[in-house]
Every structure is written in structure tokens, then in C-alpha cells.
Design a protein. Sequence first.
Length: 361
Amino acid sequence: MAKLTIDTLTKHFGSVVAVDRINIEVEDGEFVCILGPSGCGKSTALRMIAGFEHPTEGDIRIDDSSIVAIPPNKRPTAMVFQKYTLWPHMTVYENIAFGLKLRGTADATVRRTVEEGLELVGLSGYEKRYPSQLSGGQQQRVALARAIVLEPKILLLDEPFSSLDALLRVRLREELKRIQRRLGITTLFVTHDQEEALSLSDRIAVMREGQIEQLADPSTVYARPRSLFVADFIGDMNLFEATTDAEGIRLGSSLLRDSGGVEVDRKVTVAVRPEELVPAATGVPPEETWEIAVEQTMDLGHYLKLLGELTGVGPVKIYLPKSAHANVVKGRVRVTPTRYLIYSNADAPVEVVKRPHVVAR
């Protein structure tokens, strides 16, 4: 298909910097998600690639050829929007065929291509229906088919599933992944849904205030977020303010003896995923564990979610396998962090993987 290069792309709206010199390379056939909260600039970046906004600075290249000066309808891209943007007075067939007919494609080719597109998105037999006769998920499939039949080099999707219910979102993103892999089309997907990004993408670009905080594969972004913003935004994370001294890291009345080499007398943040707090094994001395006062237990099917308080530190979340329910005794549970990250400045965090010793004071 094609390679997409976003080079120092910038967009100003008056004095507001919506996108601030971002750089992304999407390789041929790769699926990249731009993930971030509302207002971070992700949709503006996508609209510049599609040609609906003009960059203030920077360049956009497909296969090393700049497309900045090319109007939207001439670019080798196709965009699927959050709103379905289907013509209500046209049938499904007519909606999908619209772009092909504008190109002057022969009727026989249009018919064959539309049929293939409908089959690809699982809507064969729906060609005579109107958008009002379709569910939201079906309408979004039509919008996807309309984009795919144009055979774009780059497929752009702007939060296409955000208005759908949770179960349908999961089903459609699975279908989208299947279609994208089958076609091998280079894809850039914008979302604020972290689960969507983690499940769909080959790589994730996490945006904040117009800039990219981290660009990496989903496993790396989840396991080693390079900033506190990413750590807090991706998945559930326990963040504890602490200080370092000659003995280790002090969290309230507790001490993590392994500080990962962070210098003393520093304010740090310790980040621990809820699943990395595990029940202390029988026989482990109490001073090597954290005691959590459990305030709420939620049964989430294959695991338990505990909300509680780490004495002298603050609120904590813990994910336990259901088999560990017996470890919660009289509203308290002793756990040990098996892995944690230490954030001391804007640089990448220090990762401590070995089981630490925790001494209650």
C-alpha cells in the first residue's frame, strides 16, 4: 500500500496551538492509533492529513511525496468520521457507489466493487435499504465500505465507534482489525478510548496538549509509560507520592528498600499497576508486605477488583484472581508489589522488577 510520514506537523488557530510539531511515521500496512483526551489535537492532526485543515507548518508525505498542496478530493486517502455522514435519500448501494461514480468508474466495475465492499463489511443483501432502516453499527459499516471501495493508500478513522454501545464497539473494532489485515491497508485511527487503542493498534501515539508524549507498541506503552501523564491515562495505575533517602523510598509509614538507584532526597512518584499487587505468600514476614484496608470488593467475572487504603499513603486499587478471595480477611489484605515504576523527573522512569522488601514503620 503506502507509507505515511507526518513531519513536524503544526496547526495554530489564532494564538491557540492545537498541534505542536508532531512527528509520526506509519509504515506500509501498519495500524497506528493516535490516543488522547478531548482537545489534545488528535482530530485536528487527522483532518490535516485528510486535507480538511491546512497545516501552519510541517509536511505530510505519502511514499515520500508531499500531499499538503493537494485538495482533499484528490488525495489518496479516505476518511471515516464519528458521524456516519451517509446521504439519507440514497440507498446503501448508492452511498457506497457515490465516490466511484464521481471518478467516472464504469457501471459494471461500480457494481462489482460495491458488492465486494458489502461482503467485506458483512452487509451483503442490504444494498436497497436506506440509512434510516439500519442500526448505528450497520450505518458505520456502510461508511467504512464507502471508504474502502475507493482503494485509498491511507485509511483515516476519526473515533468511528464512539457513539455506539460498548458491546457493538468491541464487535466492530474486531471486524475492523480483520478487514485492515485482510486488505493490508495503512491505517491511522484517532480515539480517546484506551482499550480501543490497545486492542487495535500496532503502535500508539499518545497525545497531550498538541504534542506526542509517547509513541510505541501497546505493550511498551502499557508496561513502561514514559511520563506520569501516560501512566495515568493508559489503564488503571496506582500513583503514590514518596521521597527517597539512604534506605530507599518512603511511602507514608512504609519503605521500599529498592529505589532503583534514584538519588536520595528526591520527591518521586511510585507507579504500580493494580494487577502487580499480589497476595503475600504464606510465611512471608509482615514487614515485607503492604497491608491494605479493603473498602469495596467488586466481582468482575474472571477477577476481583478491590478498592482500599494503603495506610498513611492513600487510595489503592488491586486486581486479584477470584481464587485469591480467601486472602481478604476481615476487610484487610496483605499484598506485595512485584513490579513498580519510579518517576523522578521528565525522563523515562526507573523500572524495578524484582520483588521489593517493604518494612512497616
